[in-house]
Design a protein around this ligand. Structure first.
Ligand code: ARG
Length: 447
């Protein structure tokens, strides 16, 4: 493509080192859509006849069909998807193909392709997140009234329901959806027409090209447009954080599957055995989800690191944006799908949850609240209940079986009324709190 200035072929090792076609071939549909829009603008500007445009369009469509069918031969010597497509076009249609690159550079071309790619994949991932939310919501509904302990510091804290616990993840995934939508909105502008870095002396109708490609507008600065990879960083961050949420869910489920907790049974279809220990049933999907989150985080850091030292405008380092991007998209897509399937099939062991939630210690805070309602300041109430807890631990008498009146006269016989999980949950009626009515209302609202 640049043979005019060079006397020697690019060295074999440099071709091997610099090629991106082995992975950026995936952009072909976006590359071809961008080229057709660009060619149409060239025709409108009088640079191509209608016939030449027709040849370019059908030539590009035939290249696309061959790639679709796996019949296209990608050449490393042509570096990337942009040059592979353009060379094949010119080979097929002759002189008209050689006009396509007028008023365009691979710098604005690659920025266009990756924006289109991100936009399409955001839509696919968003659907994947919604499917997972649906699976969580379904389980939340089935186990809306199943009480289980909630933890801080991985120590039993207060009773909640399985429904409330699962809805917490639905909230996180909502924010992930919001971040993706926000990222999509910001990235949906067309860099085409920015050229290598300073636009072109041949002015094509940028707005028309943008409209044809479904962009909401055009970039406002040609230098920024070819150098900017913020949209990929944002997308990678949104995916990384979604991965972090899935990793936390995985960790909860890994604990819940253990004999020590025993709150959940994952389907045989979503667990694996051990080659040595016959009794094992391992939550590998959760563990791999947790493990894959490392890649999602690494991909974000990889891109930020590639960009951070770059002077304006395009630098070839930017080619390193694609592999992390593709890897995160592929990783998260599969992670969401397998988790949605696994969650949809998981069964909660309600007896185990109830047994754990029946620990009267979980209601120590409710006992302090009871004292507050009798007029005791909270700090004092906290101390009195603390004494009762210490007594329970020391004597081995469960908290709900102690004679509290011997601890302090502020306690009366009515105090023992707090030791009911049902009462405790029913009292938590404020917005966002886990009363069963609240949880059910939230499930209905979401449905
Ligand atoms: N394959 C390149 C990339 O991914 C396309 C842009 C090349 N531009 C250039 N000036 N060499 O970034």
């Amino acid at each position: 493509m640049w043979k005019g200035r060079f006397a020697r072929e690019t060295a074999e090792l440099v071709q091997q080192f610099g090629e991106s076609i082995s992975y950026d071939w995936r952009l072909y549909k976006h590359d071809i859509a961008g080229s057709i829009a660009h060619a149409r603008a060239q025709m409108k500007a009088g640079l191509l006849t209608a016939d030449e445009f027709g040849q370019i369009e059908s030539g590009l469509r035939s290249v696309e069909a061959d790639i679709d069918a796996g019949k296209f031969e990608f050449k490393t010597s042509l570096e990337d998807i942009h040059m592979n497509v353009e060379a094949a076009l010119t080979e097929r249609i002759g002189p008209a193909g050689a006009k396509l690159h007028t008023a365009r550079s691979r710098n604005d071309q690659v920025a266009t392709d990756t924006r289109l790619y991100c936009r399409a994949e955001i839509d696919v991932l968003s659907a994947g997140i919604s499917d997972l939310q649906q699976a969580l919501l379904d389980r939340a509904e089935k186990y809306a009234d199943t009480v289980l302990p909630a933890y801080t510091h991985l120590q039993r804290g207060q009773p909640v329901t399985v429904g409330h616990h699962l809805l917490a993840y639905v909230e996180m995934l909502d924010r992930d959806l919001g971040r993706l939508a926000d990222c999509r909105k910001r990235l949906n502008i067309s860099p085409l027409g920015s050229g290598a870095l300073a636009g072109s002396t041949i002015n094509l109708d940028r707005e028309a090209i943008a409209a044809e490609l479904g962009f909401d507008g055009v970039t406002r600065n040609s230098m920024d447009a070819v150098a900017d990879r913020d949209y990929i960083a944002e997308f990678l961050f949104a995916m990384a954080l979604c991965g972090v949420h899935l990793s936390r869910l995985s960790e909860d489920l890994i604990l819940w599957c253990s004999a020590e907790f025993g709150f959940v049974t994952l389907s045989d279809a979503h667990t694996t055995g051990s080659s040595l220990m016959p009794q094992k049933k391992n939550p590998d999907v959760c563990e791999i989800t947790r493990g894959k989150t490392g890649r999602l985080l690494g991909n974000l850091v990889s891109l930020l690191t590639a960009v951070k030292g770059l002077p304006l405008t395009y630098n070839r380092d930017l080619q390193e944006d694609k592999e992390p991007l593709f890897d995160s998209v592929d990783t998260l897509k599969l992670t969401l799908a397998v988790n949605a399937e696994m969650i949809a099939a998981m069964e909660i062991r309600e007896d185990k949850c109830l047994a754990a939630a029946s620990d009267p210690m979980l209601l120590a805070t409710d006992l302090a609240d009871w004292l507050v309602r009798q007029g005791v300041p909270f700090r004092q109430a906290h101390e009195l209940v603390g004494k009762a807890v210490a007594e329970s631990v020391k004597t081995g008498t469960p908290l709900d079986q102690l004679d509290l009146t011997t601890i302090d006269p502020a306690f009366t016989a009515e105090a023992s009324g707090v030791f009911s999980v049902e009462t405790a949950l029913a009292a938590r009626t404020n917005p966002g709190a886990p009363s069963i009515d609240n949880v059910r209302a939230e499930i209905e609202r979401r449905k």
